[in-house]
Design a protein around this ligand. Structure first.
Ligand SMILES: Cc1cc2nc3c(=O)[nH]c(=O)nc-3n(C[C@H](O)[C@H](O)[C@H](O)COP(=O)(O)OP(=O)(O)OC[C@H]3O[C@@H](n4cnc5c(N)ncnc54)[C@H](O)[C@@H]3O)c2cc1C
Ligand code: FES
Length: 341
């Protein structure tokens, strides 16, 4: 049975099947609402249910019991049990690209560090993949489960997708990638997904904060800005990693700092006690940003990496004046069984 979903205040109406989440229905019917992980962990799709009932088939870590009591829901996991009305911030429909399922060929696998591989995927020639810099794709595994990885290349080179995959020891997909996957293998992906892309409406200086492979979507955004020669806003890139070898593309970031006016690159290492050659910043990356910037009122922040880092950035920066409206993040949650689209 299909249920009617009405978004407020726009009054847009869509329909979802009983087993489809509100977010999945919205994505496939062109309603652009903010979201990130699609598995109930990051909280980016939080919205208020004004009327009607929803249920969840999975755990929803991204919502507190108080928020549930106050009528909030995570739209990526909430499935309607009746017609519902949802109060929800919508993004511009100009920023909507319908996700599609693509077969892709693994063109090249390149070790970038002891636990990061760059994977280059060729999409079919007659089906170029359109996306916004910063978005991600999901691999569809044989059992139907999905794994999310962000594009590291800019959209204008969309016939070849570049991904940076960190090995999760014991992780189903990355174990396979690191131990078995061969070049020329055909995989299935769906995308693009996500609302982690640059907001150009205002010209505030940008702080990029990357943790580990959180560098990937930020690289996509910066290379897109370079391609479009849209480099008027001052940009500060903080890249946090454990050791120097984990800054697997530091040379690219240094080249940006050398060539782009008003661009600074601040690498920060958290586990480099024994690295006496390291003369750069030490500690957690969010702390380095907080040391450098006392008042965030006039900044926009784009933050990507481990959930703990993203939370620490949001908390620390908003305490020092950042508006939540100026904080954009993709939280790299682990996703053993995200909901099917
Ligand atoms: C929007 C989005 C974009 C992403 N983009 C990227 C990207 O560009 N690059 C990238 O490297 N990753 C990215 N990730 C994270 C990536 O999707 C996960 O790491 C993925 O689950 C790994 O798949 P896997 O099958 O190897 O591991 P899984 O089979 O999912 O295994 C992970 C399981 O192991 C456990 N686990 C193992 N290690 C940890 C740990 N350190 N912390 C917590 N739990 C752990 C968890 O219980 C989890 O269920 C992204 C995630 C999201 C949501
Ligand atoms: S919790 Fe819904 S998108 Fe992350």
């Amino acid at each position: 049975m299909a249920f009617q979903i009405t978004f407020q205040p726009s009054n847009k109406i869509i329909f979802s099947d009983q087993d489809e989440s509100v977010l999945s229905a919205a994505i496939h019917q062109g309603v652009n609402i903010p979201y990130g992980c699609r598995n109930g962990a990051c909280g980016a799709c939080k919205a208020k249910i004004l009327s009607g009932q929803v249920h969840y088939d999975t755990d929803i870590a991204g919502l507190s019991s108080q928020e549930i009591a106050d009528g909030y829901a995570l739209l990526c996991c909430a499935k309607p049990d009746s017609d519902i009305q949802v109060e929800c911030r919508e993004l511009s429909s100009e920023n909507t690209i319908m996700p599609k399922i693509f077969p892709v060929r693994v063109e090249k696998l390149e070790r970038l560090s002891s636990d990061v591989i760059a994977m280059f995927l060729k999409v079919p020639v007659n089906q170029p993949m359109h996306f916004f810099a910063g978005q991600y794709i999901e691999f569809i595994l044989k059992d139907g489960s999905r794994r999310a990885f962000s594009m590291a290349n800019p959209p204008h080179s969309g016939e070849m997708l570049e991904l940076h995959l960190r090995h999760v020891p014991g992780g189903k997909f990355t174990d396979y990638v690191f131990n078995e996957l061969q070049e020329k293998t055909i995989l299935r992906i769906e995308g693009p997904f996500g609302s982690f892309y640059l907001r150009n409406e205002i010209d505030k200086p940008i702080i990029f904060v990357a943790g580990g492979t959180g560098f990937a979507p930020i690289k996509s955004i910066i290379e897109d800005l370079i391609f479009k020669q849209n480099l008027n806003r001052p940009m500060h890139l903080y890249w946090g990693a454990r050791t120097a070898q984990d800054l697997y593309m530091a040379n690219i970031a240094k080249a940006w700092a050398n060539h782009i006016p008003n661009f600074s690159f601040i690498p920060v290492l958290s586990s480099a006690e024994n690295d006496l050659a390291w003369s750069g910043r030490r500690g957690f990356v969010h702390q380095a940003v907080l040391e450098d910037i006392q008042d965030f009122t006039d900044y926009q922040v784009y933050c990507c990496g481990a959930p703990e880092m993203v939370k620490a950035c949001l908390q620390g920066f908003t305490q020092q004046g950042l508006s939540e409206q100026d904080f954009f993040a993709d939280s790299f949650n682990y996703a053993a069984s995200p909901p099917a689209a």
